[in-house]
Design a protein around this ligand. Structure first.
Ligand SMILES: [Mn+2]
Length: 323
């Protein structure tokens, strides 16, 4: 575990940087990445961002959004330092980037996932932080550079996203204090919320009505699920990206302790999200299927159609619950 000073020294001693984050980047991945990009730029560094998956369009309001390059834009021009944000395992930045984006001097990992492997030469991993954005906030403050309105917008978006709009248990006094400080920079919290959560295309709502037909629970009601098929995506003109947040409907059922959302991939396999409301560790459940995550939010891929994948997950979850 490195301290802030050690990371800032790495920044100070090098000139060229590449930043990356996990596949299917979310609000925290993008917020922390863009804020750090801006900070390093202000220090006079050469900085490029390479992400495997494009940022969702509703994040277009974030400053520096257009600075994000696709993975294929990286062509054997290695940076001195690679900073990996919000990913506890290097391969989470995607196959091509994790193999080819090899820095000449050092890898820095900034993350808050409990399953973090500390794969960097320097690791700033704080599992009690609400988000990677919260850690980046502290890092910039430690340096003494003002946060400023643009970075505040990025970092607030990250913290808002990862705390489920300050509803999850990681909404600590510390994360609220950081948020308060960021709001003081003059950002419009209502506009951030609207941009992230209330800009749904109608296809998403139509998809929701299809997916709702698949809702099921175990007889005791403790495990609930829903799933989306390729046929539903076709019918509503949507993709797997549109199921984001659907799992919360299952999580909100009174008896449900563990919620499962499966989406059918192109070749029939399933991409699964897991949420826990109680002490059941879904990170452990996901890791049995080669996935990972936190105690309360995790994901994995299972090489079978959705209904079969859910059946397998129910068995493992029930075993976990009876421990
Ligand atoms: Mn995060």
């Amino acid at each position: 575990m490195e301290d802030y000073q050690a990371i800032l020294r790495v920044f100070d001693q090098h000139q060229s940087f590449a930043l990356s984050t996990h596949v299917n980047p979310d609000g925290d991945a993008l917020g922390s990445e863009l804020a750090l990009y801006s900070f390093l730029k202000d220090l006079g560094k050469q900085v490029k961002i390479f992400n495997t998956d494009a940022a969702p369009k509703n994040y277009r309001f974030l400053p520096f959004y257009d600075s994000i390059l696709p993975a294929k834009a990286f062509r054997n021009d290695p940076p001195e330092v690679l900073v990996v944000l919000d990913a506890g395992v290097l391969k989470r930045i995607g196959g091509y980037l994790s193999r080819s984006l090899v820095p000449t001097k050092a890898i820095v990992n900034i993350d808050h996932h409990t399953a973090a492997e500390h794969f960097g030469d320097y690791n700033l991993v704080e599992t009690d932080a609400s988000s990677t954005s919260e850690i980046v906030y502290r890092l910039i403050r430690h340096h003494g550079t003002p946060i400023g309105n643009e970075r505040a917008l990025c970092l607030y978006t990250g913290i808002m996203f990862d705390t489920g709009c300050f509803r999850y248990s990681n909404s600590t006094p510390a994360s609220h204090r950081v948020a308060a400080d960021l709001i003081r920079e003059g950002i419009a919290v209502d506009e951030v919320y609207r941009a992230v959560y209330e800009t749904l295309p109608i296809g998403t709502i139509l998809l929701l009505s299809e997916v709702f037909q698949t809702i099921g629970t175990t007889p005791d009601g403790k495990i609930g699920w829903l799933y989306a098929t390729q046929e539903m995506f076709r019918k509503t003109g949507t993709t797997r990206d549109n199921v984001d947040g659907f799992i919360n409907h299952i999580r909100s059922i009174d008896t449900v302790e563990v919620a499962i959302l499966a989406s059918e991939q192109k070749h029939g396999e399933s991409k699964v999200s897991l949420r826990s409301k109680s002490s059941v560790d879904v990170g452990e459940i996901a890791s049995e299927f080669g996935g990972g995550g936190h105690q309360r939010a995790a994901g994995c891929e299972i090489d079978t159609p959705c209904e079969e994948a859910i059946a397998q997950l129910v068995v493992v979850t029930q075993r976990q619950m009876s421990k």
